[in-house]
Design a protein around this ligand. Sequence first.
Ligand code: MG
Length: 480
Amino acid sequence: MSSSLTPQRPGMHARQISSSSFAEEFNAARSKLGDLTFDDSDTELGSGSDSAGGSPSLSSSDTEGACCSPALSDNTPPSPVSPITTPLTPITDPDVADNFAFAFDIDGVLIRGGRPIPEAIEAMKVLNGENEFGIKVPYIFLTNGGGKFEKERCEDLSQQLEIEVSPGQFICGHTPMREFADRYGTVLVVGGEGETCRAVAEGYGFRDVITPGDILKANAATAPFRKLTESERSASRDLLARGGRLSDIVVEAVFVFADSRDWASDLQIMLDIAQSRGGRLETRSATFTEGPPIYFSHNDVLWSSAHEHARLGMGALRKMVETVFEDTSGGRRLRTHAFGKPQVSTFEFATRLLQQWRAAQHGLAESEPPATVYFVGDTPESDIRGTNAMNDKSRHTEWYSLLVKTGVYQAGTEPKYKPRKLVDTVLDAVNHGIRREMAKLGSCKKTGGRLLPLDDAAMKAIAEGRTPNFVTKAGPFSDP
Ligand SMILES: [Mg+2]
């Protein structure tokens, strides 16, 4: 913890960080994890305005200043993407599909309101070999959600989907934040139930994690209408026990790990820090230009829960922080950062994980990426937008977007970002991908590689990137 009155990184104010340079630095650090397959010098989804539901920060034209992100400016090696506990095996599973894989969003695709979507369990069975071709297909999960240890979330998912889900095939919204653990001293972690996100952050290696509860415990006047419960008070840490005043504490970065449980006080505290002198608690900058960087684990304004209509998510809080900052700072703009989908960097993160997983679980060569990754999501603004952007950038792998009707997307409406294929459920998505691949392959493993009866029309469809008509045991399949 710094005791200096000057900002920790002179000349590198949060609002001067170029979003593209931030993304490049993030990529550079991440590339140390191993050889990435893609030409990934820029993770922006594009410049210009992003009016509805996109990522207004990393995808916006925030070109002010050309300095590096303070987050990733040294050579400290990042932590592994996610632990892979299964030992590498040189034996390739003879029934595994080596040329394609699936990646799934979770909420609104597999799970809704804490319960599995009925077709999800069947879809997992199909991927695990219960399909007309007798093949197993590798898959990973990529969710913007969070607020728990990855291992814990995998245990929940295993139970819900009746399969074994490993942390080696799972990325949640805050997983990439582990790469920042060595970069900052004192950080404020926001969101989630109780003390869980502090524990997750400390598990990532962050050295000094404080929470809004700690600040409220030290100064109840910070948020006049928020009273800590007895259990919250006892769980919160005593910042004054450090032997000084709150103003001796300098927050070097703010990380919103999971959805806020108390938007009003979290908003107040985040604004206080954004308007502070270099992150120093209980101070106010004269220019409103000295606040530390603020990172959100994703930017979803809406998400699909048990309620009939989509609920507000972290992206809405992000908008509030930025808007209220502007309203209370004489019109100065606040630029915050968001991870998660639709950022291409998150999909690249997933690419690396998928290749590790294919090698560890199925014995496939880690250096050879699948030709196609089918991404199944329910939110056009994050899932489909990100998948399509990844497809545009990827040199070796086709990223094929599939939109389901069981979550945020409302059937009958026009999605802002168009999927390659709109389907009813995740089971339809899985069947579509497998049959499309089998049609491309023109053979059926169960029959010893027998060629499927593809006519000229079918071959033309394949050449044009469509799935041809052909008949399987599961019935006619076409993709007009
Ligand atoms: Mg979703």
